[in-house]
Structure formats: structure tokens, C-alpha cells
Design a protein around this ligand. Structure first.
Ligand SMILES: *[C@@H]1O[C@H](CO)[C@@H](O)[C@H](O)[C@H]1NC(C)=O
Ligand SMILES: *[C@@H]1O[C@H](CO)[C@@H](O)[C@H](O)[C@H]1NC(C)=O
Ligand SMILES: *[C@@H]1O[C@H](CO)[C@@H](O)[C@H](O)[C@H]1NC(C)=O
Ligand SMILES: *[C@@H]1O[C@H](CO)[C@@H](O)[C@H](O)[C@H]1NC(C)=O
Length: 381
């Protein structure tokens, strides 16, 4: 009898050991099988070189005051985009954006607007004066290529951006913060660059995805993408501790690895940007969106803000972004994607927070657009 027990125990141990080994290998090795959305093995040749700016990005994310390491927010009202009434009305259609009208919550039953209003009454969200009156006078500048933005110079900006966007579609994949950005881009196209609404909607297209749930839809979303188009993806807020629990990084690692197995229409890898995730501007240890008390925001940009100041109950930065850089930008990467590193500059902009996680519009999202324009112009013209 005992030998049966022993053999059974040995088989069980070996089975568990084997399945652990297999799942471990699956996390570190590129998949062998061809799923329908995988590329052919011939064009999946592994990249063995790091992104040229990898060391810079890594250093910035490893610096506590990362905004200062990447560049600076400077007070230049004349270099900030000017918003017409129609432009503001366009931005106000985004449910988590209107901070300049203190009565915005009265006009709708939108939970997001109600919750901002309650947070304001409790003095749980602070904003800078320019954010509250829709004329943010702060613009971003940097000496480093990856952090530079196309400056807003009223005399030439419109033609310059129209030229670099000509005949292109910008595809965006991500969560509600990406949804906000998509609206910022469309409104700029209509109200600064004179696109029709139809042209703006055709030029800026977005697929909602939180933490990879919509990956099977990516090939359909990108089926008309042409080689000159661009894609910017972001995964972060819904892949952190608050949503996925303490083991979030295992899940996130797999997701980022899997992004390198997908087919992205006819887009070349150099036109695929992965965007880093801005910190959640809830003060660390002072509650979160789902607690009765929280603290978020600020009264002006804070160039000395540290990663450790923020994150509320889900303090994954800078670790989550560093994981992203290791997997997609270091010599370990398998595809030569680009990184759009919007996180460090946002570290300094708690003052622009709508509710701790989203941003007031108009606000610093505009500088993400100008950072993308700069990168497209560098590649194309
Ligand atoms: C917005 O507020 C700032 C700071 O108080 C002020 O300098 C600026 O003139 C205001 N702008 C508008 C359009 O009211
Ligand atoms: C736009 O791009 C398409 C390729 O997708 C090309 O066939 C067409 O000629 C381009 N149109 C213009 C006006 O450049
Ligand atoms: C991540 O976790 C979710 C459940 O929270 C699961 O459905 C999903 O398959 C996981 N993704 C990966 C890539 O492990
Ligand atoms: C918030 O406060 C209400 C009553 O004031 C209480 O019933 C609820 O449990 C509290 N929720 C949390 C998450 O602390």
C-alpha cells in the first residue's frame, strides 16, 4: 500500500514541478505556437539592442524628482495654446475634464462630475488658478530629444501640425485617460487646425482597453492602418495594485510581453509608441477615490514632486513604468517599439488633476500631443 502512496506522491510532485517550470518558461521565452494574431516567425526576429534613449529614460524614472530630470514646466502664457469658447465647449464634452466651470456638475447626472464636485466641497482636490480658469500658463520644455515638444508658435504652428498629420491616422489604445487625450486631440484638430468634425474623427481613432481585455480586437481596430499611420498604446492604471492586487506585476509583465506578439495592421514597429503611465495624484497614505477621505492636487506645478508623494492606495509608480521600460525598451525587448514618456512631466502636475486620476481640460494633455507631433516630425520630415 505504502509504495502506491509514494508513487502517487512522487508523480504529483513531478507534475506540479513540471507545470511550474512550463509556466515559468512561458514568461521568459517568446511563444513558439502561432496564434492567429501573431506575426510570422520570419518577421518576429528578436531585437537585441536597447532603444537608443533607454539609459536616459531609465535614469529619469530612477530619479525621485523625475520631472526635473527630464525638463521643466516654465511659466510662459504666450507659448500656451489659446482656447476659444467653441474649443472649450468641445473639451467640455469629455466627462472627466471640465474644471473651469464650477457649475458643470449641475448640468448633468454624470457620476464623474458629481464626484469631483463632492471632492471640491470636502477640499479634497486642489487646482492651480490657470487650470480653474482654462488658461494654464505653464508649458513644458526639455533639452532631451525624447522629452521635447513641438512649441506652440501661433504664426507657424497650424501649418506645421497640419503638414505632419497630413493623410495620417493616429490610433490610440488605452483607458479613460487616453479617452480624454483623444478628445483633446480631436478638439485641437477642429478648433486650431480647422479640420471638420468628420476629418477629426477619422484622424484620431481610439480603442478602449483597460488592461489587455481588448487585445483580441486590436487586429480589427487596426485593419485599415497604413504604414504611415501611428499608434500610441498605454496600459497602467488598471494593471496596478488597486485593480489587480499585490501580484499585479506578474500579470503586467505578461501583458507587456504579449504586446510584442501582436500584429498591428501594416504599421511598422517604429510607428508604434507605448506611452508610460502618469502617477495617480492621490497623496500616498491619504486615501483614494473609493475611501471617504483623500487628498489630491496642488496649487501650482511642483518640480520637486517625488514618485513617493503620490499613488494613494495603489502606489505602483515608478515601478510599473520601470517594468515597462525593462520589457519594451531594454536590450531584452523583442520588437523595436518607441516609448512616449509622458509620465515624468506629469509627476509635476498634480495641480491639473480632475479627481486624482484624470486631468482637467484644457490642461497638460495638450503637451502630450505636442510631444507626439515633435516625434512624428522628427521621423517624417
Ligand atoms: C486666470 O487666472 C490667472 C491667475 O489668477 C490670471 O493671471 C489670468 O489672467 C486668468 N485668465 C483668465 C482668462 O481669466
Ligand atoms: C494618402 O495615403 C495613401 C496610402 O494610404 C496614398 O495612397 C494616397 O495617395 C495618399 N494621399 C495623399 C493626398 O497624399
Ligand atoms: C491578468 O489578470 C486577469 C484577471 O485579473 C486575467 O483575466 C488575465 O488573463 C491576466 N492576464 C495575463 C496576461 O496574465
Ligand atoms: C464612509 O462613510 C460612511 C458613513 O459616513 C460609512 O458607512 C462607510 O463605511 C465609509 N466607507 C469607507 C470606505 O470608509
Amino acid at each position: 500500500m505504502t509504495w502506491i502512496v509514494r508513487v502517487f506522491a512522487a508523480v504529483t510532485v513531478l507534475t506540479v514541478y513540471y507545470s511550474c517550470l512550463v509556466s515559468f518558461l512561458q514568461t521568459i521565452l517568446p511563444p513558439v505556437s502561432q496564434s492567429p494574431i501573431s506575426k510570422d516567425s520570419s518577421d518576429l526576429a528578436a531585437t537585441t539592442t536597447a532603444l537608443p534613449e533607454y539609459d536616459l529614460l531609465w535614469r529619469v524614472h530612477s530619479t525621485p524628482e523625475a520631472a526635473s530630470a527630464a525638463g521643466r514646466w516654465v511659466h510662459r502664457p504666450h507659448q500656451a495654446l489659446q482656447y476659444s469658447t467653441a474649443h472649450l465647449q468641445c473639451l467640455d464634452q469629455e466627462r472627466q475634464g471640465n474644471c473651469h466651470d464650477p457649475d458643470a456638475w449641475k448640468y448633468s447626472n454624470d457620476k464623474a462630475k458629481q464626484s469631483r464636485h463632492r471632492a471640491i466641497l470636502k477640499q479634497a482636490v486642489a487646482n492651480s488658478p490657470g487650470i480653474l480658469n482654462a488658461s494654464d500658463p505653464w508649458v513644458w520644455e526639455s533639452d532631451y530629444g525624447p522629452y521635447q515638444v513641438l512649441p506652440y508658435d501661433a504664426a507657424i504652428y497650424k501649418e506645421r501640425v497640419r503638414k505632419l498629420l497630413h493623410n495620417r491616422t493616429i490610433y490610440l489604445i488605452g483607458d479613460s485617460v487616453t479617452r480624454q487625450w483623444a478628445q483633446v486631440l480631436r478638439c485641437e484638430l477642429m478648433h486650431i487646425l480647422d479640420y471638420s468634425q468628420e476629418e477629426a474623427e477619422r484622424t484620431i481613432q481610439r480603442l478602449a482597453d483597460f488592461c489587455g481585455e481588448a487585445l483580441p480586437q486590436v487586429p480589427t481596430f487596426l485593419q485599415n492602418a497604413q504604414p504611415h499611420d501611428y499608434l500610441v498604446m498605454n496600459y497602467g492604471h488598471h494593471c496596478g495594485r488597486g485593480v489587480k492586487g499585490p501580484e499585479w506585476s506578474t500579470n503586467y509583465t505578461k501583458l507587456l510581453s504579449h504586446l510584442q506578439d501582436l500584429r498591428y495592421g501594416h504599421l511598422p514597429d517604429s510607428h508604434i509608441f507605448v506611452r508610460t503611465t502618469e502617477p495617480r495624484h492621490f497623496l500616498r497614505g491619504a486615501g483614494d477615490w473609493n475611501t471617504n477621505s483623500s487628498q489630491a492636487g496642488g496649487s501650482q506645478p511642483n518640480m520637486h514632486a517625488k514618485w513617493s508623494l503620490y499613488g494613494g492606495n495603489s502606489p505602483e509608480q515608478p515601478m510599473q513604468n520601470k517594468l515597462l521600460l525593462r520589457i519594451l525598451a531594454s536590450e531584452k525587448r523583442r520588437r523595436p517599439f518607441q516609448i512616449l514618456d509622458t509620465a515624468p512631466l506629469m509627476l509635476a502636475r498634480a495641480d491639473a488633476s480632475f479627481d486624482g486620476t484624470h486631468f482637467c481640460l484644457p490642461g497638460p494633455h495638450q503637451l502630450w500631443s505636442q510631444m507626439l507631433y515633435y516625434r512624428i516630425e522628427q521621423q517624417e520630415l
